[in-house]
Design a protein around this ligand. Structure first.
Ligand SMILES: Cc1cc2nc3c(=O)[nH]c(=O)nc-3n(C[C@H](O)[C@H](O)[C@H](O)COP(=O)(O)O)c2cc1C
Length: 391
């Protein structure tokens, strides 16, 4: 067998509290601070603890050159190498290691920048319920929020004395200004009122559709409502449609050039909100949105041009922000409301839609629909632009 190291792995020195009953019985507190090395690899979901022998062996092996396992054992401890193979940080060229090798190959051939790949893979959630976590946190401490966190940074950075500020002309009233004022993140939905097919299609069109397609010079690119690094538009819209006239509840992919839905699978209406809740990590205030949109980026589309580029991942994340703001305004134009959240269960979403995290990664979840009549969940509307409501 031949072996080599995986393409991207970062090592983090960690400290954690460890409790041991034996130590308590022996007369101490039972609590000890443990220091350990944690490997974060771009092709593996798990965080992997390493001992110093494994750490040294990992650092001694090439990420490019395959070498004979027995030859490696002449200079490095065999047990440490075997453990690294088991943990997936070393790759073998045999069938036993094919799965890990393929995942590593994906990272290599996608032109990921190592640090960005590691951040992307290891900041994904699975099965998180944020509201439940918040409730538990609230129970653990009865100190008020401000006392717990201290004062926040001031809302504005002031660089000169107020007297030196140059006042600017106020912006004139305009249709854009009206839309901007209507943009209030929605956390209260009217599930009794389905979205019309026209509102649905129009909002998707304004946000995600290609207005034109250009083949110059030999590369097909779309013109969209939003800017995108290199004009490459890597970000896809995957939909959980819950409550739209003429569109059966289910999972869909939006085709921006044809302005069409690609049906992926039906979802029973009764199961839909539970699925939505899983997607938005237990945030009940988003689960009844008529349409939930997963913003997932095809990294290879951008990394094809910006290979191993320090800025490429950041540029892709910015796309999600542009799309979300456009969605808010497009929804507002039709009297609808929208939301965005980054507190999402990416790993659950990947499973639901069949996405590979390093090829088509979930960046955020957005959505839109009719705002409800009653405020159950707080919305930030100091201008009273959308509350109180009457149809
Ligand atoms: C990247 C991002 C992540 C957000 N995540 C959440 C979230 O997890 N839950 C939520 O209720 N709102 C979320 N929001 C919405 C903000 O809470 C909201 O924008 C803020 O309270 C200001 O309200 P406004 O959008 O109505 O002006 C998020 C917004 C952004 C831009």
């Amino acid at each position: 067998m031949h072996i080599r190291r995986c393409a991207v792995v970062f090592i983090e020195p960690r400290e954690r509290l460890d409790f041991d009953l034996g130590r308590l019985v022996a007369g101490g507190t039972g609590v000890e601070m443990l220091r350990e090395w944690i490997a974060l690899a771009a092709h593996l979901d798990d965080e992997i603890a390493l001992d110093t022998a494994e750490l040294a062996a990992l650092g001694a092996l090439s990420l490019e050159e395959w070498i004979d396992f027995d030859d490696a054992c002449r200079t490095l401890p065999r047990e440490a190498l075997e453990r690294l193979l088991d943990k997936g940080l070393l790759l073998g060229d045999g069938d036993d290691h094919a799965g890990t090798r393929e995942r590593d190959e994906q990272v290599r051939t996608s032109h990921w920048r190592g640090l960005a790949a590691t951040v992307h893979r290891h900041t994904r959630w699975s099965g998180v319920d944020t509201l439940e976590a918040e409730r538990r946190f609230g129970e653990e401490t009865d100190r008020p929020f401000l006392e717990r966190l201290g004062e926040p940074e001031s809302p504005v950075r002031e660089r000169v004395e107020p007297s030196r500020r140059m006042a600017l002309q106020p912006a004139r009233e305009s249709s854009l200004e009206v839309l901007i004022r209507q943009r209030v993140t929605c956390r209260n939905w009217d599930a009794s009122r389905p979205l019309s097919a026209e509102d649905f299609a129009s909002t998707l069109f304004r946000t995600f559709a290609a207005r034109a397609v250009s083949d110059e010079p030999g590369i097909t690119v779309m013109k969209r409502a939003v800017p995108s690094a290199g004009g490459l538009h890597p970000t896809e819209a995957y939909l959980l449609v819950q409550n739209v006239e003429g569109v059966p509840p289910g999972l869909y992919h939006y085709h921006p050039i044809d302005h069409a839905l690609e049906p992926l699978s039906d979802i029973a209406a009764d199961d839909s909100q539970a699925l939505a809740l899983r997607i938005v990590a237990g945030q009940r205030h988003f689960m009844k949105a008529h349409v939930i949109i997963i913003l997932a980026s095809r990294f290879r589309r951008t990394f094809w041009k910006y290979r191993n580029h320090a800025k490429a991942y950041r540029a892709i994340i910015l796309d999600a922000g542009h799309l979300s703001q456009t969605l808010y305004l497009a929804a507002a134009e039709r009297g609808l409301a929208a939301f965005i959240t980054a507190a999402v269960n990416e790993r659950d979403i990947e499973e639901i839609f069949g996405l590979d995290p390093m090829l088509e990664g979930v960046l955020a979840v957005s959505g839109f629909g009719w705002r409800g009549e009653l405020v159950d969940e707080v919305e930030f509307d100091p201008l009273r632009s959308v509350w109180p409501r009457s149809r």
